[in-house]
Write a protein that binds this ligand. Structure first.
Ligand code: FAD
Length: 298
């Protein structure tokens, strides 16, 4: 029977940090798994700097931040298994893992869920029209541009001015694409002031508040969107070939639905609540990791 003392699901910043803290607290049988082929979660696709000011006193890129965590992890005997997905978790303190086509059950003493969050997609809004090619969530677009070097389009409309929307507006502009506008339903941009100044203001990207997309046009490919001014109700057709949705993030914790009250289960990082800053996700994960580690080291 496969067992471990501490199972950590998700090797993003939170999962790795929780593992390191549990190790420092004395726990010596830790299994860290991630369905991705590399550690770091969302960070490897975040090529911009802005990570780590509180923890490291300087602004790192996402990959640099992961490298620092991995350097520490590699000095421990924590077992990290990439390409390993946790398919389910049961009340008898077991989880079903899938790795390289093999599905097996693992029993654990404690578990830390650090599975991050997912993006709200266009289905979360009642937008009329068609659903042609050329619609991406901001996270999908970031992964395709930064890691797969794909060309997504030339004339871009971004719906949502949270941090992800603003960061992607800058990214498309840096890539030589035309960001026609970032649209925001509220009266003010949604993300951090820092990102507004660095991404929107600095690159003179138009930000239109109290606006939304009412309809998407196009058959094979997006050819335009109908934009509505929410205060006047006025509508305008905007020609574009790409629509990026940045509608917010939802903590990803379906795996443990119904088990939230178990004393062997902890949540850390963005699956617990969405953290704007990686340092905040890490600080929470370190606290959780220490707690779980202390319990298991006695
Ligand atoms: C686009 C973007 C830009 C950002 N910019 C900044 C910034 O400039 N500065 C800053 O400080 N912060 C920034 N943040 C915030 C910061 O990156 C996050 O708060 C932090 O990285 C979240 O870490 P996490 O470990 O909780 O989640 P994630 O990084 O999402 O990691 C979760 C991991 O869990 C794995 N997983 C999920 N389910 C399973 C399963 N069933 N089995 C196995 N593995 C599973 C996933 O594959 C993933 O690797 C940004 C976030 C985003 C999305």
């Amino acid at each position: 029977m496969k067992t471990c003392k501490l199972l950590i699901v998700g090797a993003g910043a939170a999962g790795i940090s929780a593992a390191l803290a549990a190790w420092d607290a004395g726990c010596r049988d830790i299994l860290l798994v991630d369905r991705a082929s590399q550690p770091g979660g969302i960070l490897p696709q975040c090529l911009h700097d802005g990570f780590g000011l509180a923890k490291y006193g300087k602004e790192l890129t996402g990959p640099e931040y992961v490298m620092r965590l991995m350097e520490k992890l590699n000095r421990t005997d924590i077992v990290f298994l990439p390409k390993t997905e946790v398919l389910s978790v049961s009340g008898d303190q077991s989880a079903v893992l899938s790795r390289r086509g093999v599905v097996e059950r693992l029993y654990f003493g404690q578990m830390i869920l650090a599975s991050g969050c997912r993006e709200k997609n266009i289905g979360a809004l009642c937008i009329g029209g068609t659903r042609p090619a050329g619609i991406f969530t901001a996270g999908q677009a970031q992964e395709r541009i930064n890691l797969r070097h794909q060309d997504l389009g030339d004339e871009i409309v971004i719906l949502g001015s949270g941090d992800l929307g603003m960061i992607m507006a800058r990214r498309f502009t840096q890539e030589g694409r035309h960001v026609i506008a970032v649209l925001e339903q509220e009266a003010h941009y949604g993300g951090m002031a820092r990102n507004y100044h660095r991404c929107i203001e600095k690159y003179s990207i138009p930000l239109h508040c109290r606006r939304t997309v009412r309809e998407i046009h196009g058959k094979g490919r997006v050819c335009g969107v109908t934009v509505e001014a929410l205060d006047s109700g006025e509508r305008e057709y905007v020609t574009c070939d790409t629509l990026i949705t940045a509608l917010g993030l939802i903590p990803e914790r379906e795996l443990v639905r119904g088990l939230e009250d178990r004393e062997w289960l902890f949540l850390a990082g963005n699956c617990s609540r969405v953290h704007d800053l990686v340092d905040s996700a890490v600080a929470e994960a370190e606290r959780i990791g220490r707690m779980a580690g202390r319990r298991l080291s006695v």
